[in-house]
Design a protein around this ligand. Sequence first.
Ligand code: DX5
Ligand code: ZN
Length: 215
Amino acid sequence: MIKISPSILSADFSKLAEDIKLVEAAGADMLHIDIMDGHFVPNLTFGPPVVAAIRKVTTLLFDVHLMVNNPQDFIEPFAKAGADLLTIHVETAPHLHRILQCVRELGLKTGVSLNPATPLSSIEEVLGEVDMVLLMTVNPGFGGQKFIPSMIPKIAKLKRMIDERNLKVDIQVDGGINPVTAREVVAAGANILVAGSAIYQADDIKKAICEIRGT
Ligand code: DX5
Ligand code: ZN
């Protein structure tokens, strides 16, 4: 079962609530919320107050992608704001195991994310501690970038790692996902697809979500 997590980074922020309800009505499985701090990535987005505000307008699962330095300082604020799944970049967390434990203790699902250049070996020891691995298929920071094709074998390799250990870990991909690249990442083993521009820039959002999901 392929799940779609529309990224509100490509929404119209002047009518954010409306744009969230649009993807909810169009069959989104969760909502991808990109948190950027201007340090780990060269862009700024939302903080906990915005997440708390949009928590009131939808029942969609909040898939919070933390692209910030010192992620340990933001676990509790985003948990309180209504995050359901919190994804930490391995590049930002020297004490990744501790941070994942902290996320789990707060009752949230745990995700760990890797930039395109970060090897899978960096998460080998925590694979049993996470619900999801997010493989970036662009360099994080902006929507609308081009999918990096060399990430396909990385997805397949991660899928093998998970299956060999009989784990139940979701593989999420993020960046440059459209109906065409969606086919390729799903064939490689991804099962949760994030898409921003391909959904919010489409004339028919419902059709775009179905095409990306392959239904
Ligand atoms: C990029 C973000 C993505 C972004 C994807 O750093 O993590 O979630 O919104 O945008 P598209 O789907 O347009 O590549
Ligand atoms: Zn993201």
